[in-house]
Design a protein around this ligand. Structure first.
Ligand SMILES: NC(=O)c1ccc[n+]([C@@H]2O[C@H](COP(=O)([O-])OP(=O)(O)OC[C@H]3O[C@@H](n4cnc5c(N)ncnc54)[C@H](OP(=O)(O)O)[C@@H]3O)[C@@H](O)[C@H]2O)c1
Length: 278
């Protein structure tokens, strides 16, 4: 299997690279070696490497910054995705693309499945939804995996931010009224590899997250407790403390009867904390 991966230095791309089967051939690109907003570069890369699958793990992922950076967020999350999907379609190549729970408005209060209607509240969510539409319309051989709250020992994610804050010994606020299912990057990477290998005909949308729904505040408490740090430093805040609107409830569930293993949230936190020590 020949894989062209974009955004390969990101949190999810790095994790997939670590776990990729030995007999898969990989071209791992970052924003310098393949800027997905440049349609010619995308086309040259695809025609040169002739992959079986394009795995797009690139994205504009800073939810807060996107609000004042609309053009760039859409250039990467929508136009860049369209460039990849168009070229992949031209070459008859399947595309695996990642999207987010933030395409939903959070007013449902029961888990969102693939057939629920999206209605994003912020620029990041809108740009990701535009990317979904672009990918599916330009290349019917696209599988979009929506996920949420990805964490690991790598990069700037919720777990590493919470640990850094708590280590500094300063109190910090975490929102209590937004519920999602945090997803362990290693579980997601394993799931994506399985989907590519074992479900080659799968198309459209698929929801994959960790198995525990909880508030960001409760998640922070779990992390700080597991790290043996002071839980009193974690203070409860409400959404008014945040600069932009986020869904209050963005738990995802799938209508597909596919069993992809996930670690318990406590196991995943423990593994991430152990990896942080290495
Ligand atoms: N993390 C989450 O909680 C989460 C949840 C739901 C969905 N997702 C989606 O999953 C995907 C990957 O997320 P992540 O957490 O791994 O993000 P990440 O760590 O921020 O990595 C994103 C990567 O995209 C690359 N990139 C940015 N602009 C690019 C461009 N113009 N051309 C090519 N590459 C570009 C960046 O490369 P450089 O560093 O070289 O700029 C970066 O390495 C994104 O589509 C995101 O929306 C993430």
């Amino acid at each position: 299997m020949r894989i062209l991966m974009t955004g390969a230095r990101g949190q999810i791309g790095s994790q997939i690279r670590k776990m990729l089967p030995d007999d898969w051939e990989l071209i791992a690109t970052d924003s310098k070696t393949l800027d997905i907003t440049n349609a010619d570069s995308v086309e040259n890369m695809l025609s040169g490497f002739q992959p079986d699958v394009v795995m797009n793990t690139a994205g504009y992922t800073n939810v807060d910054a996107a609000e004042n950076d609309l053009e760039k967020a859409f250039a990467i999350n929508a136009q860049g995705v369209l460039n990849l999907a168009r070229s992949a379609n031209q070459h008859g190549v399947k595309m695996l693309h990642l999207s987010t729970d933030y395409v939903f408005d959070g007013t449902k209060y029961t888990p969102y499945t693939e057939s629920n209607y999206p209605n994003p509240l912020n620029i990041y969510g809108k740009s990701k939804l535009a990317g979904e539409v672009a990918a599916l319309s330009a290349n019917p051989a696209t599988l979009i995996v929506r996920t949420s709250g990805v964490f690991s020992a790598v990069g700037n994610n919720f777990l590493t931010t919470v640990v850094n804050n708590a280590k500094q010994g300063k109190a910090f606020g975490v929102v209590d009224e937004q519920i999602c299912c945090p997803t362990y990057a290693a579980d997601l990477a394993a799931a994506l590899i399985t989907l590519v290998r074992d479900y080659p005909q799968m198309r459209g949308l698929y929801h994959f997250t960790g198995g525990t729904a909880l508030s960001w505040y409760d998640f922070a408490k779990k992390i700080v407790t597991a790290a043996g740090l002071d839980t009193a430093l974690v203070e409860k805040t409400d959404s008014t403390s945040q600069a932009i609107t986020r869904p209050k409830y963005s738990v995802l569930a799938s209508e597909y009867d596919i069993r992809l293993p996930v670690k318990t949230i406590d196991e995943a936190i423990a593994e991430s904390l152990a990896a942080l020590q290495e």
